[in-house]
Design a protein around this ligand. Structure first.
Ligand SMILES: Cc1cc2nc3c(=O)[nH]c(=O)nc-3n(C[C@H](O)[C@H](O)[C@H](O)COP(=O)(O)OP(=O)(O)OC[C@H]3O[C@@H](n4cnc5c(N)ncnc54)[C@H](O)[C@@H]3O)c2cc1C
Length: 442
């Protein structure tokens, strides 16, 4: 039997890595707090299907998914609607979250992965500075490598000793609060845009969408500040003024959740430990999608583990995972996280201006399934900033632009210098610089 690998939490990247490692001969067990058959949310998700292939997972049956509509982005006053034009071969797919889980889990079970449900993980177990296991309500479990797929508030990552240098807490603007529900359809009135995305609607910092389906209307409200059901009821009344098909009865979902929207972890490996998915903050910072990136990361992690012929699973032998992640995805995500910090300084007037002046175009909001991993994100964001600088007549807005340009350049330069070979001092120095580019109040 191969070395023992523990996957903490049934996150998407974790289960996909588990499948690849089990197929390669490792003894892999996933520990999950929820009960069998209860994973996922009561709603649909959108992700790039190519990520499944990357992770060696077959496409789900065609009856289980449909291709996503192009979204139409609106400014706060809804005077301009810009519709994406994603090429057909780059369309993302939309699938029930529980079907995504079922598909990933069945694939992993077929590869020999063991899953222990109903097990709440409390913290990591350490031997010196090496992570050697997990403490749970069902007892302690030991492994040669612990893959942390426990999500944004992972009790494994958050209870690691400071000496490992892995970031634990999230700062304001590094996560977004989401309310999502499917409402009944109030009328059969035709809609001009089926999938409306609204930025800073009602002059509140955040994003919301109203997607009109045949049977219901899908509403998502995302904000940087806390809000409750009273606010949801007030805000959906505001949405109804321009989306009259939106009913008042919640037919599915109706939960508040949090999504990380920050740069990837500055250090995602330690002796005996690797973080993946939301636990390592791999979501696309402006929109919070994380499924495809977790799947893509699973391939990089599994390849790195398999290449460690001594099965040492040390920070050094796991480092190529972080290096290759940053080279293929992490840099783009970090650049977007820097761009998001500009968004956090905008007001409704700024966004109205950007749309109404033609600064933002439908090209700018068109990202297909290959959205990340193209290394073109830096150029795209810098282009947009330059365009804004040239056409902008609003002095207040103009003042906000240079610092974002500086930060994006600093992030790009820092990511380019990530050490290829592991050296503890060099990695720590790089990590500090990377963290500082986001902490500095530019
Ligand atoms: C409302 C909402 C909508 C989203 N929509 C999309 C979308 O359309 N497309 C997209 O790509 N992404 C979307 N995301 C983001 C996406 O869900 C994540 O980025 C992605 O699932 C990767 O996260 P993860 O699997 O690593 O972690 P999670 O999904 O958080 O999974 C972590 C797992 O660990 C388990 N766990 C946590 N703590 C413990 C513990 N103490 N003990 C045992 N088990 C534990 C959890 O039960 C869970 O099963 C959305 C997220 C939310 C909240």
């Amino acid at each position: 039997m191969g070395k023992k690998i523990i996957v903490a939490g049934l996150g998407h990247g974790g289960i996909a890595a588990a499948a690849q490692l089990s197929a390669a001969g490792y003894d892999v067990t996933v520990y999950e707090q929820k009960s069998e058959g209860t994973l996922g949310y009561d709603w649909t998700d959108i992700f790039a299907p190519g990520a499944l292939e990357t992770a060696g997972i077959p496409m789900p049956p065609v009856t289980k998914f449909e291709y996503k509509e192009n979204m139409t982005f609106f400014n706060p006053s809804e005077t301009v609607g810009l519709t994406q034009h994603v090429p057909e071969d780059e369309l993302e797919i939309k699938m029930e979250r529980r079907d995504i889980y079922e598909h990933l889990i069945n694939h992993a079970l077929g590869c020999g992965v063991k899953i222990q449900y109903d097990t709440v993980i409390d913290s990591p177990i350490l031997f010196g500075n090496r992570v050697v296991g997990i403490k749970t309500d069902k007892g302690d479990y030991y492994g040669d490598l612990i893959i942390d797929a426990c999500g944004m508030l992972s009790p494994v990552r958050m209870n690691l000793p400071d000496s490992l240098g892995i970031e634990k807490e999230l700062a304001p603007f590094e996560y977004i609060r989401i309310f999502r529900a499917f409402y009944n359809k109030a009328s059969d009135e035709e809609v001009s845009a089926k999938f409306k995305v609204m930025l800073l609607k009602d002059n509140i910092l955040g994003m919301s969408w109203v997607a009109s389906e045949d049977e219901y209307t899908d509403v998502l409200i995302g904000r940087f500040e806390d809000f409750d059901m009273n606010e949801v009821n007030r805000f959906t009344e505001v949405l109804r003024k321009t989306s009259p098909r939106l009913g008042t009865e919640i037919v599915r979902g109706g939960q508040f959740v949090k999504i990380p929207v920050r740069q990837p972890l500055s250090l995602m490996v330690a002796d005996g430990y690797a973080a993946i998915g939301d636990s390592a903050f791999m979501t696309v910072p402006l929109i919070g999608s994380g499924i495809a990136n977790s799947l893509r990361a699973s391939k990089i992690l599994a390849d790195t583990v398999i290449a460690d012929k001594n099965d040492s699973f040390s920070a050094e032998s796991l480092w190529p995972y972080q290096y290759n992640f940053f080279k293929s995805l992490g840099t783009d995500l970090a650049v977007l996280a820097a761009a998001k910090l500009l968004m956090a300084k905008l007001n409704a007037g700024d966004v109205d201006f950007l749309f109404e002046s033609g600064t933002v175009t439908d090209d700018d909001i068109t990202f297909g399934a290959n959205f990340t991993g193209l290394s073109s994100m830096t150029i795209k964001v810098q282009d947009l900033l330059n365009k804004a600088k040239q056409v902008c007549k609003n002095p207040e807005f103009l003042k906000k632009l240079p610092s974002t340009g500086v930060r994006i350049s600093a992030v790009t330069a820092t990511c380019a210098t990530i050490p290829r070979k592991y050296n503890s001092d060099k990695v720590r120095t790089w990590k500090k610089v990377y963290e500082k580019t986001f902490k500095t109040n530019l």
